[in-house]
Design a protein around this ligand. Structure first.
Ligand code: NDP
Length: 264
């Protein structure tokens, strides 16, 4: 099925790994022009080389950029505008979760988490807004977590910051509806990615393989589908929301958690 993204211009923050990387690939496979960023230059170059080898005719642009640095984000947006002469889809994906509970989350960690969850979205939106306003198929899609609705004590700061981001996404959907910019999010459960690979490196039993380790997590956490999600599965939901196929959808969410949500 076509997502009707051929010839559209898309931006993915944090496109050099995990869910962002899978999203970049799906967008390219759909014929979109794609710009993406990340902080680590080597990882970014590797992702670019991979995409160039898979999609030699695609129009691609990459730039190192920390989404928490307003100036860098503005420079990234200006460079994308110069390369693509417009932006239709902004996908705010860059970030990571914080594993800590009430007792071991210091005040500065709360501030960092709130800064990450708000400004990883606010800086890119401000920077790309003028271009999005010119598009006739504009969308902003935010990667969020099921923690927004279903907090976990072992991720207390991330959970509450995720709830704030969900609330903000709803406000922005209303704010930008008159500009014909749709704003939606996906709510993730647990998705295999570099984040989880980093946690695997710190596992208590070094004998455990990756497959055993993630299989045990799915079992222990009681994920009804019995496994973690794949980055491609998150990407499919994101790209749907970003695409003209979701043309009458704004302020909405897609749950990508393998049934892990417990609310009605
Ligand atoms: P990965 O670590 O695999 O990918 C994260 C990507 O974001 C990398 O490309 C990374 O590159 C980039 N990034 C991180 N911080 C910044 C920054 N400040 N500025 C620019 N780029 C940045 O993780 P995931 O694919 O799992 O994470 C993607 C999103 O999904 C995150 O927002 C995460 O919180 C969210 N999420 C993931 C879940 C999961 O189970 N995987 C669950 C819930 C939410 P670099 O480090 O080089 O900057």
């Amino acid at each position: 099925m076509s997502f009707q993204l051929e010839g559209k211009n898309a931006v993915v923050t944090g496109g050099s790994s995990g869910i962002g990387l899978a999203t970049v690939e799906l967008l390219l496979a759909q014929g979109a022009r794609v710009a993406w960023c990340g902080r680590d230059q080597q990882r970014l170059e590797q992702s670019r080389a991979y995409m160039e080898s898979r999609y030699p005719d695609a129009k691609i642009f990459t730039m190192t950029c920390n989404v928490l640095d307003k100036q860098q984000v503005q420079q990234f947006a200006a460079a994308v505008q110069q390369q693509f002469s417009g932006v239709d889809c902004l996908i705010n994906n860059a970030g990571q979760g914080r594993v800590s509970n009430f007792d071991n989350t210091a005040d500065e960690d709360w501030l960092k988490e709130v800064e990450l969850k708000y400004f990883s979205v606010l800086h890119p939106i401000r920077a790309f807004l003028p271009a999005l306003k010119q598009s006739n198929a504009a969308s902003i899609s935010n990667v969020n977590s099921l923690l927004a609705l279903q907090p976990e004590p072992h991720m207390i700061a991330t959970s509450s910051a995720r709830a704030a981001l969900l609330n903000l996404t709803h406000s922005l959907a209303h704010q930008f509806a008159p500009d014909r910019i749709r704003v939606n999010s996906i709510l993730l459960g647990m998705v295999e990615s570099a984040q989880w690979k980093r946690r695997y490196q710190e596992r208590s039993d070094p004998e455990q393989s990756w497959a055993e380790w993630i299989g045990n997590i799915a079992k222990k956490r009681g994920i009804p589908m019995g496994r973690l999600g794949k980055p491609e599965e998150a990407a499919q939901a994101l790209v749907f929301l970003a695409s003209p196929l979701a043309s009458y959808t704004t302020g909405s969410v897609i749950d990508v958690s393998g049934g892990f949500n417990k609310h009605i």
